[in-house]
Each structure stands twice: as structure tokens, then as C-alpha cells.
Ligand binder design. Structure first.
Ligand SMILES: [Zn+2]
Length: 302
């Protein structure tokens, strides 16, 4: 299962939540393997250093029997980085051997994770639709991709980005104003829509706000989409049972501070960004936000 959309859209929460099901494994953003997650000194959510985590050392051993971490990294830089977006898109059209080899390596990693965890669904929350599409080339190896487009209210996304500690200063600060952030939200969601919600690709759009406000219904939709019964997870949410993240190596900061998650249904608080940022967002990306069911004066509507 591949999660696409913008950063800070709640993919870690969704992934940890789904991984409470015995058939689902959540690793985080797999595009960050091997760099930086396999670098010495990085920690796994199980508490061990990643290089000492029994799960990941075995996954990497299995992976390296058929492939190499250095080759995987090379393919990521060649086809998956944002600078390589046009090249990635062209390569996807041409389906050349080199890209197929890269897809095979991605599949080998996903399969090593599935085998070692004993779970048939591996969640990759990498978000880039190009990486998501590369998985399609690994069908022959038995890997089937299903796409969840996770959408979060753009105003909350702006708020989360603008209030990030240690915001860059100098020229890169320009990339973090309301206008640029609204543009990024628009671009990421349009790419996910344009590339993945077409043809016969298995695609499901989920709003993060619906996951928070109506977890039972939203998990029901996801379960139907994946062919998994999430009743046991719904029961955990209902009883507010903390859900442990097992071996997540690339999630968000909240997860690094605590390795469990408790979710309960709650209304989504309105965004706290100032009026100007709110209107900037609405002018740049309001039409798409409206299409997703967000309204200018309120939050998410059904
Ligand atoms: Zn671990």
C-alpha cells in the first residue's frame, strides 16, 4: 500500500494505525532507506539502533542476497528525487531496463519486509507519485501496488509548516511563505490525482480529518479497498488502546518521542493561521480544496 499526497498529511498516524492489524506492516517512508535511515547512529522505533535492530538487520541481509543497497540508492537518485521528476516521468513512459531493474530492487526490499514481518501488506508512506508508479513495474515479481491518496486541509498543512521549529532563514525562507506552501500543497495533490487516480489503478482518496473525526467509517472504507477487515483496529480505537509502532525507521517527530499511538474520534480544530495566509491559500489552491470538500469558512465537510 502506497501513501501519496503532501508531507505532514498524517501518513505516519495512518500507517501506525493500519499496522495494528496482523496483516499490515508499516515501515515509514521507504524512500528514506538506505539514506538516511540505514546510516550509523539512526534509531528504529523499537528502541534499538537501526543497525542493531534484529528486524532490519535481517531484512537487509535478505535484500543483499539478491541486490545491493548502493544500487537501490543509485536508482532512487536517478528516478525518484524531485530534481529528477521529469526524468522519472519520461522513464516511466519508456519503461527501460534500468528503471525495471530499479523497480525490481524496490520489490525485493518490500518482499524482504513482508517475509521477515510475516505480513502480506507493506505500507510505504513515501508520497511521491513517481515512486508509487515505479512499483507498477514490479508486478511480475508478485508485488501489487494499491494507492491511498491522503489529503489534509491545506490550511492546517500551512499552519504546521509555518510553525515548524528551526524554519530556514535566508533565501530558502522564501520557500516557506504561505504562497509557496499553498503552491506545494496544490502541486503534490495534483500530481497524485493526475498520475494515480486514472485508468484502472487501485486508488482511494482519504481525508485526514475524516480519519480523526470518523475513524470507524474511514477504516471501513480503507478495509474494503485493501480487502482487509479492520474491525480489530476499530475496537482498539474505540477502547483507546495504545497502538505500538514496531519497526518504523522513517516517521515523523511525534513518533520518535513515543513509540505508541492512541487515536480517538475527535472534532478537528479549525486552523490557526492568520487571515492573510488563509486567504493566500484559498486564492492559490482553493479550487482544489473545494473539490476535496473543504470550505473557506469552515473545515472539512462531508
Ligand atoms: Zn526495530
Amino acid at each position: 500500500m502506497y501513501v501519496c499526497g503532501t508531507h505532514r498529511s498524517g501518513a505516519t498516524i495512518l500507517g501506525v494505525l493500519l499496522s495494528a492489524h496482523p496483516e499490515v506492516f508499516f515501515a515509514g517512508e521507504l524512500y528514506k532507506f538506505p539514506v538516511p535511515t540505514w546510516d550509523p547512529g539512526r534509531r528504529c522505533s523499537c528502541g534499538s539502533m537501526v543497525r542493531e535492530c534484529p528486524f532490519w538487520t535481517e531484512v537487509v541481509r535478505d535484500f543483499e542476497r539478491q541486490s545491493s543497497v548502493a544500487d537501490l540508492r543509485r536508482g532512487q537518485r536517478r528516478y525518484e528525487s524531485w530534481e529528477a521528476l521529469p526524468r522519472g516521468l519520461i522513464a516511466l513512459r519508456l519503461r527501460g531496463q534500468e528503471l525495471r531493474d530499479h523497480a525490481a530492487r524496490m520489490a525485493t526490499l518490500a518482499q524482504a519486509i513482508a517475509v521477515r514481518s510475516g505480513q502480506r501488506i507493506v505500507v510505504d508512506a513515501s508520497r511521491s507519485p513517481v515512486r508509487g508508479l515505479i512499483y507498477l513495474l514490479a508486478r511480475r515479481q508478485g508485488v501489487e501496488a494499491a494507492y491511498i491518496h491522503l489529503v489534509r486541509d491545506g490550511r492546517t498543512y500551512l499552519q504546521s509548516e509555518l510553525s515548524r521549529p528551526g524554519l530556514p532563514t535566508g533565501p530558502s525562507r522564501l520557500l516557506n511563505n504561505a504562497f509557496m506552501l499553498a503552491g506545494r500543497w496544490l502541486t503534490m495533490n495534483l500530481l497524485a490525482l493526475g498520475l494515480l487516480s486514472r485508468g484502472r489503478l487501485p486508488y482511494l482518496r482519504v481525508r485526514y480529518e475524516d480519519l480523526l473525526a470518523h475513524p470507524e467509517e474511514t477504516l471501513g472504507r480503507i478495509g474494503e479497498f485493501l480487502g482487509v477487515d479492520f474491525q480489530s483496529v476499530v475496537a482498539m480505537v474505540r477502547s483507546r488502546t495504545p497502538i505500538a509502532s514496531r519497526h518504523v525507521i522513517a516517521g515523523n517527530r511525534a513518533l520518535k518521542q513515543s513509540s505508541t499511538l492512541t487515536l480517538w474520534s475527535r472534532p478537528v480544530p479549525p486552523s490557526m493561521i492568520n487571515r492573510r495566509s488563509r486567504w493566500t491559500f484559498w486564492i492559490v489552491a482553493g479550487w482544489l480544496a473545494g473539490f476535496f470538500g473543504y470550505r473557506p469558512r469552515t473545515g472539512a465537510e462531508g
